[in-house]
Design a protein around this ligand. Structure first.
Ligand code: FAD
Length: 188
């Protein structure tokens, strides 16, 4: 019997599938495999994967899982280096993937700010910012989600230019020495 067999037909799975649709609930072991592995740490085993597509679904699924006593692990792009976005090995935890949370990506070039749904990747933000002659100058060798970056306070090789771009620290000069202007970030 697979983990999927165990879950299919349960009340919780029925409710999740009704609310999130087929794409929103992953139970097949083969389909779950990518959500069970992280960039650097070994993999675990998920009880299931939920993939809400907007904030309403996200709020609903968190209430539903927690209300059912389920254990939940939020996951963006799983590029974190400490295994905090992958489930444990006992198949008791649900992975809550943010990858479908991609309903808002707006750049305000005047205020140099961006409003970005948590499931967009760093590369998505930079592609959109580029159309305004801007970039988000955190540079690292992975392509994490924006939600994951906020959750882990991600730095990177270009953090110092970010501070200069954002006009801090005072006296460094806005944008001095940086390859581009910042679209958002600390201090903007
Ligand atoms: C090659 C490589 C280079 C890297 N370089 C750097 C670097 O220079 N600087 C640096 O700081 N990091 C670096 N990292 C680490 C990693 O990229 C960052 O921590 C990244 O921002 C994590 O984002 P993610 O979307 O992959 O999050 P995940 O790995 O999926 O999750 C990380 C943590 O955040 C939680 N989480 C994820 N999304 C959300 C959300 N929307 N809401 C609430 N919690 C959430 C997860 O539960 C987990 O605890 C590197 C990683 C790799 C593989």
């Amino acid at each position: 019997m697979t983990r999927a067999d165990i879950d299919i037909g349960s009340d919780l799975v029925d409710r999740l599938t009704r609310q999130l649709g087929e794409r929103g609930v992953v139970l097949d072991p083969q389909d779950m495999a990518p959500y069970e592995a992280s960039a650097r740490h070994g993999s675990g085993r998920a009880r299931g994967v939920v993939r809400p597509a907007d904030m309403e679904q996200l709020a609903w699924v968190v209430r539903e899982l927690i209300g059912s006593g389920a254990h939940v692990v939020p996951q963006g792009a799983a590029t974190g280096l400490v295994g905090a976005a992958t489930p444990t090995e006992d198949a008791t935890q649900w992975v809550l993937s943010t990858q479908r949370l991609r309903d808002v990506l707006e750049i305000d070039p005047i205020n140099r700010s961006a409003t970005v749904a948590g499931g967009y990747r760093l590369s998505d933000l930079n592609r959109e910012a580029q159309a305004h002659g801007l970039c988000f100058p955190i540079d690292l060798g992975a392509d994490p989600t924006i939600g994951g970056m906020v959750a882990t306070n991600t730095g990177g090789a270009a953090v110092d230019p970010l501070w200069r771009c954002a006009g801090e620290p005072a006296g460094a000069g806005s944008g001095a020495g940086s390859p581009c202007r910042a679209a958002g970030g600390r201090g903007s």
